[in-house]
Write a protein that binds this ligand. Structure first.
Ligand code: SAM
Length: 295
């Protein structure tokens, strides 16, 4: 756990009014400026709370319905959160609905502290041929970003570099789309000039492969397992900037057959990522790995 040992046990409070200041503070986390100021984000549902705890993320507050708080099966989770310093807010379904802005809200919403890696630490994870870090140029759509984080987790990518002005990885929409993978995939932010300098400094040790509609190379013909790879994906509207395209060792294209001009960004990322990781993918399911690990 990353929680400081000096954190005292969290408190349990019951709140019924949507005007309560504690509820107002959590509702305000729908806005990026408030998430940035506090350095936290909202994770909805029991699975995401458990994933966050299992991976040692710091839980600030757990908001849950009174029914959920009374659930014997949930008591251990609540006790662990409190012991790690999280406050527990027992609220009405109406309050949960105003926080998540949904008619059928999840019965648990956690306020979790954000984690960002230093870009150099993320690149330092590229050690073996077959290792992949995904770099996203100005990704705008939170659903695309969340879907890419999920695919990165599934393919065993080493992390994601957000290049330039990207959508917030910790927005509710992005977190929903990750389905919990946000807790498994390290994220870093970098400006375009910093990214280009990092790629230049890495030299031949890292292969930087950009995907581009004018790419001359079929992505299926690349020797993906020669070196560790940075897989660079372009913005949804504009594709890669010229400077980023020029920084790549290869520009690849995904051949198509129909009338579409291009693929959706998250789909294109998934196609190339799984090809790059082809030799590392296994038929074993995560549950089997866990069972195997504890045997
Ligand atoms: N109008 C944009 C352009 O001119 O690049 C389309 C961008 S596309 C929706 C978003 C990104 O997905 C692209 O920048 C590229 O990284 C990737 N992509 C989508 N389809 C692709 C394809 N067939 N081959 C290579 N990359 C593709």
């Amino acid at each position: 756990m990353t929680d400081s040992p000096s954190r005292t046990s969290g408190k349990v409070k019951t709140v019924t009014s949507t005007a309560n200041p504690l509820v107002k503070r959590i509702k305000a986390l729908a806005m990026k400026k408030n998430r940035d100021r506090e350095g936290v984000f909202l994770a909805e549902g029991r699975k995401l709370l458990t994933d966050a705890m299992d991976r040692g993320w710091e839980i600030d507050t757990v908001v849950c319905s009174r029914e959920m708080a009374a659930d014997a099966g949930f008591a251990t989770t609540i006790a662990k959160c409190r012991a790690a310093g999280a406050d527990i807010l027992e609220v009405s379904e109406k309050v949960l609905g105003t926080i998540s802005r949904r008619d059928n809200p999840q019965m648990v919403i956690a306020v979790v502290r954000q984690r960002w890696q230093a870009p150099a630490d993320l690149l330092a994870r590229l050690n073996e041929p077959g290792d992949v870090v995904i770099a996203l140029d100005r990704v705008r759509d939170p659903g695309n970003l969340g879907t890419i984080i999920r695919a990165a987790d599934a393919a065993g990518a080493k992390g994601i570099l957000l290049v330039g002005d990207c959508t917030d990885a910790f927005s509710l929409e992005a977190i929903r789309a990750t389905m919990g993978s946000v807790f498994h995939v390290p994220l870093a932010r970098v400006s375009e000039p910093e990214f280009i300098a990092m790629v230049r400094n890495a030299g031949q040790a890292i292969q930087t492969v950009g995907t581009h509609l004018k790419g001359a190379v079929d992505y299926r013909t690349v020797r993906w397992q020669k070196n560790p790879v940075i897989l660079l994906m372009g913005n949804e509207q504009q594709g890669l900037t010229e400077a980023l395209a020029a920084a790549c060792s290869d520009l690849v294209f995904i051949p198509m057959a129909g009338q579409a001009d291009s693929l959706n960004l998250a789909v294109a990322t998934g196609i190339v990522l799984f090809e790059a990781r082809r030799d590392n993918l296994v038929m074993q399911r995560p549950d089997e790995t866990r069972r195997g690990g504890s045997a």
